[in-house]
Design a protein around this ligand. Structure first.
Ligand code: SF4
Length: 462
């Protein structure tokens, strides 16, 4: 089982019901799992780290791509084989008929972020044993990420209709959280030891559009539900040690106001990192993809951003082999990448997803051609990444520690961390040698870079 191994329950209650959790999919789904488990613990449930000890197993599924759906179905199958009492939730919950056809014995199927419905299903499957102490003592929220970094989800759903994506069908229209609630959560996380906040949503730049950027009071002044206000306030947070926590923005579309965030990065109040899912560069492919904020001046803006904040890291992802993509479109993308010099790039081959409008588009790209373009894309982006990382050799950079190893036969201890250019799970790492035994996960240390490859850095504490 994944995720639930980090959970424990501080108070043993006789006959306390135990819930197992298998959490699949993206960080947004992980946040959903955390919310569900926090709710269940408040209701008196304990968490089981294995199938055997669980009275019921929750499978939080991902339904983004057909391959993710297959993975979700096999996780459901495993949970049924190992435990038998299974509730399915998450993105694939929208396809209850597919799940029930394959696994008629599942106890309940609920959709993404239907917290109430999942909790109710658990209550029905394994009624909680209410001990006299349950609910009286407030407990911290359950986190499935290490204590030193946390995902901060600011909205659900999406108002766009990108041709390759079914997220709006799965998760609905944009629904932004109140800004004071988001800031309160962030403040609580930082007070509890979070050193790095990862701001996530489906479309971070659109935050607050659905609630007309409503104003709320926060610390005696009004703040709007808008990314610029949010970023400014997050930049005011301090850890209990008085440090500025790292604040990383993901899934930002380059709407014009994004320019206003760059000075905050230059001032050190926001981590100089922007994750912008460009997906392509050729205007005709972007049009066919129906991408938001698809505008011609992006290269110029990248240059301006770098002039204001030279250390800014731009991460992006690109899809090759979208229906109708010609050799000229693909070359346009490669030329654009040579000019844009993005720091981090993820590449994907187009994969049709049941229900996406892109599936009906003419001129699908043959699989061998997709593979060939993918290899060419990776060749270009790895070369750019290697050169960018090589340029960091000799520099001293802040690094957040994720993991400290055991001493080897010579007594040397190694550690793994990330620079401000590396988001957890998706970017590179910094490998450290000869660290002091007192170093711990979550420490932020200054590291002199000694070597680099195409993705990672190697160094020593300065
Ligand atoms: S912006 Fe496009 S790709 Fe992203 S969730 Fe919305 S529809 Fe999907």
């Amino acid at each position: 089982m994944t995720a639930s191994t980090t959970l424990d329950t501080p108070r043993a209650i006789p006959d306390q019901k135990k819930v197992g959790m298998v959490s699949l999919g993206c960080p947004k789904a992980l946040v959903d799992s955390e919310r569900i488990l926090t709710r269940l613990r408040a209701d008196g449930y304990a968490m089981s780290p294995d199938y055997e000890g669980a009275d019921v197993v929750l499978v939080n599924t991902c339904g983004f791509l057909d391959s993710a759906k297959e993975e979700s179905l096999s996780a459901i199958g495993e949970a049924i084989a190992e435990n038998g009492r299974v509730i399915v939730t998450g993105c694939m919950g929208e396809e209850a008929d597919v799940i029930r056809a394959r696994f008629p014995q599942v106890l309940a199927v609920t959709g993404a972020h239907q917290y109430e419905a999942v909790v109710e299903a658990v209550h029905e499957a394994a009624p909680p044993s209410q001990g006299p102490f349950v609910d009286l003592i407030p407990q911290p929220d359950i986190k499935l990420t290490p204590r030193h970094y946390s995902y901060l989800k600011i909205s659900e759903g999406c108002n766009h209709s990108c041709a390759f994506c079914i997220i709006p069908q799965l998760r609905g229209k944009l629904a932004s959280r109140r800004i004071d609630a988001v800031l309160r959560e962030a403040e609580k996380l930082v007070a509890a030891g979070t050193k790095e906040l990862l701001v996530i949503s489906q479309d971070t730049s659109a935050y607050g559009v659905d609630i007309r950027h409503e104003e709320r009071m926060w610390k005696d002044h009004p703040v709007r539900a808008h990314l610029t206000d949010l970023a400014r306030e997050l930049g005011q947070l301090r850890t209990p040690q008085g440090e500025v926590p790292w604040v990383r923005l993901h899934y930002v579309y380059p709407y014009p106001y994004v320019d206003q965030l760059i000075p905050l990065m230059a001032e050190g109040l926001l981590t100089p990192y922007l994750d912008i899912p460009f997906q392509h560069a050729s205007p005709s492919v972007l049009r066919a993809m129906k991408r938001p904020a698809n505008e011609a001046k992006v290269l110029e803006r990248l240059k301006n951003w770098r002039a204001i904040c030279p250390d800014i890291t731009i991460r992006s992802s690109f899809v090759v082999g979208f229906p109708g993509e010609t050799e000229d479109d693909f070359r346009y993308l490669l030329d654009w990448l040579e000019e844009a010099q993005l720091d981090r790039v993820g590449g994907f081959r187009f994969e049709p997803v049941a229900g996406a409008t892109a599936n009906e588009l003419p001129n699908p790209v043959p699989e061998e051609l997709k593979e060939e373009r993918y290899a060419r894309l990776m060749e270009v982006t790895e070369r750019i990444s290697a050169a960018k990382l090589e340029a960091k050799i000799g520099r001293t950079l802040p690094v957040i520690i994720d993991d400290v190893g055991e001493p080897d036969e010579d007594g040397d201890i190694g550690a793994t961390g990330r620079s401000q250019a590396d988001a957890p799970e998706i970017d590179g790492q910094v490998f450290l040698r000869n660290v002091p035994a007192t170093l711990a996960a979550g420490d932020i240390v200054q590291v002199t870079v000694e070597d680099a490859d195409a993705h990672d850095l190697f160094g020593v504490i300065a």
